[in-house]
Design a protein around this ligand. Sequence first.
Ligand SMILES: [Zn+2]
Ligand SMILES: [Zn+2]
Ligand SMILES: [Zn+2]
Ligand SMILES: [Zn+2]
Length: 309
Amino acid sequence: MTHTHPHHHHAPAGKNAGLRLGLSLSLTFIFIFVEIVAGLWGNSLALLTDAAHNFTDVVALGLSWYAIILANRPAHANKTFGYHRSGILVALFNAASLGLISLGIFSEAWKRFQSPPEVDSGILIGVGLVAFIINIVTAWMVKEGSEHDLNMRSAFLHLMGDVLSTLGAVAAGVIILFTGWNWLDPLVSVLIGALILWNAWGILRQAIHILLESTPVDVNMETMLGDLQKVPGVESVHDLHVWSITENMRMLSAHIVTVDQPISAGTGIQSAIRQLLAERYQIEHATLQLECACCNAGELYCELGSHAD
Ligand SMILES: [Zn+2]
Ligand SMILES: [Zn+2]
Ligand SMILES: [Zn+2]
Ligand SMILES: [Zn+2]
């Protein structure tokens, strides 16, 4: 069938998402060198470890940035859906790297609990404060648009975890300065590691939801089916699929059974259905197959494995 409806897909991640991610990337990248110098100068393993952590941040942010650039590329003969799913791949990679980072934190903290090394609290407080400010600024820069875009949200959640991490590091530094309780340093890192692991799990769950072509969580299939069957001229609906390319780009395909009628009458039914789907369910891309006699047994949800027709 011809396919000429206009596509009004939403912008992927708010205004200037690529620019804001790029700025966060540059800030974090510069700070890596500050932490390495401070870590070597103050003989602080904690700061060197955080520099390593920030390096993985730069890699993750850089990939998020690249995913947004990719998503803006037009579809072509070899990629008819375009590159929108690249953001989901980046979210998966982010989740995996967050999981690895928290495991690294746990093992390092375990070693330090055994024999807490002496922490230079002055350097920990000073560099921790700068890290805290940089994390606040970068988290604020990626916040806009993070509610509706998994890619931006994974970056934002990660940076919020970093904000809490550096705040905890500064607090531990202050207490160590007055009490000499060096074991506070690994204790704070265990709490931070648990938070990072929790974020990783949330991102992983949502990425898998989209990769398994699940129905968007706010779409009630029973209600939608009822709405479709109420459209004048629709006798029944079967072989119904609803899925998401990314969180903000939904697709639907369905077989619509009507009475035997001229194609011009069917076009009216199609545009009525398209309007309903776009307005009530934010589904901008629907592929509808009109039938007057049911093509098969007419299951509502088809068994893909038995598609032999
Ligand atoms: Zn981080
Ligand atoms: Zn099917
Ligand atoms: Zn289309
Ligand atoms: Zn059919």
